[in-house]
Design a binder for this molecule. Structure first.
Ligand code: NAP
Length: 337
């Protein structure tokens, strides 16, 4: 069976498509025939910098996949050959709070990834997918969708009528927009592109701001909320946006800190956080239990993930190049079989 592998620090163009032995399930494991894999910004940064992450060569990239179970190891209960499943980003985070041990079970990082024709996963590291979703759609759920769901539902769910600020129109933010519409939550979306903002409006965004044309977008957000600020921010920008996100948040509001699209280091003044009693909460994807709750909501509302483009397995490198160029809206998917 074939697998894409990181074999050097040469970046996307150095990814190798290798022939590997067919995996066999150990006790408590399943083998999944992968049909589709979606990519996340983190997969791109992993491929571009395996050294900082201390990854051994070869390492299979990607956390997100959907496929069918083709073999069960000893002792596996509640799953059957033929079940349609998705990978869980953390192979071993059933429920409850995150821990350092759980963080060591991330696919496409500490654990082998899923950009392969067959993968072996722990039985607790897969989850049944909503019936109405295609393989491609289901493959978008494990990281971006679950992260957005977690950010909107913990430590307490956003309430109908509240306002959430979404930054940019990548995988996480577009899912957050879809979930907010489902939950009756008002959104203010930002983007560098007017065309993408129009698409966010089609998905239900109430207000939109072009952050390139309006560098003081935090001020506009406060104006749009009668001076108060939003209840929650889906913060994917990091150092380049966090200070403004805090300024755009209401007293007692919440910043779900998810991404570092604008860089890894910067300066944030703690004064506003303290004075406005804002909670800044780091989010790291989510547990299998959160994934199950999200899938129940997706099924009930027949929600369909937004896929920007799909790539052939042999052309997987192009998917990462497209992500690097940031022209996409929503998710990028690789067909596997
Ligand atoms: N903590 C977690 O568990 C977790 C989970 C998933 C993702 N993440 C992180 O969250 C971030 C987003 O992930 P993703 O998969 O959604 O990425 P993505 O699909 O690559 O999102 C890219 C989009 O983000 C927007 N963007 C880029 N720089 C921006 C800036 N300075 N201000 C506002 N928007 C900006 C752009 O939108 P426009 O083109 O519309 O301007 C860009 O197209 C990444 O840093 C990723 O590593 C973290």
């Amino acid at each position: 069976m074939r697998a894409w592998e990181i074999v050097s620090d040469g970046g996307v163009d150095a990814l190798a498509l290798n022939e590997n032995p067919m995996p066999a399930p150990g006790p408590g494991q399943v083998v999944v025939k992968i049909h589709a894999s979606s990519i996340n910004y983190r997969d791109l940064t992993t491929i571009e910098d395996p050294v900082t992450r201390k990854l051994p060569y070869p390492t299979i990239p990607n956390s997100d996949a959907a496929g069918e179970i083709v073999a069960l190891g000893a002792g596996v209960e509640g799953l059957a050959v033929g079940d349609r499943v998705a990978s869980c980003f953390f192979e071993d985070w059933p429920a409850g709070p995150i821990s350092a041990a759980i963080m060591g079970t991330a696919l496409g990082g500490a654990h082998p990834g899923v950009l392969a024709e067959h993968v072996v996963l722990s039985a607790g590291g897969v989850i049944p997918i909503p019936d109405h979703l295609t393989w491609r759609q289901a493959a978008t759920l494990p990281c971006a969708a679950l992260t957005a769901w977690h950010a909107l539902s913990e430590p307490h769910p956003v309430q109908p009528g509240e306002t959430v600020l979404l930054l940019g129109t990548g995988g996480v933010s577009v899912f957050a927009q879809q979930f907010c519409r489902m939950m009756g939550v008002r959104t203010i979306a930002t983007s560098s592109s007017d065309a993408k903002l129009e698409r966010m409006r089609e998905l239900g965004a109430m207000e939109t701001i072009n952050y390139r044309d309006t560098p003081d977008w935090d001020r506009t957000v406060r104006q749009l909320t009668d001076g108060a600020g939003v209840d929650r921010v889906i913060e994917v920008g990091g150092p380049g946006t966090l200070q403004k996100s805090i300024a755009a948040t209401r007293v007692g509001g919440h910043v779900a800190l998810i991404g570092i699209l604008s860089g890894v280091a910067g300066t944030v003044s703690p004064t506003d956080i303290m004075r406005k009693s804002i909670t800044v909460r780091g989010i790291y994807v989510g547990s299998r239990q959160m994934f199950a709750e999200m899938n129940a909501a997706i099924s009930h509302h027949q929600l369909e993930p937004v896929i920007d483009e799909t790539f052939a397995f042999e052309d997987a490198r192009s998917a990462y190049h497209r992500m690097r160029n940031a022209g996409h809206f929503g998710k990028l998917v690789i067909d596997v079989a």
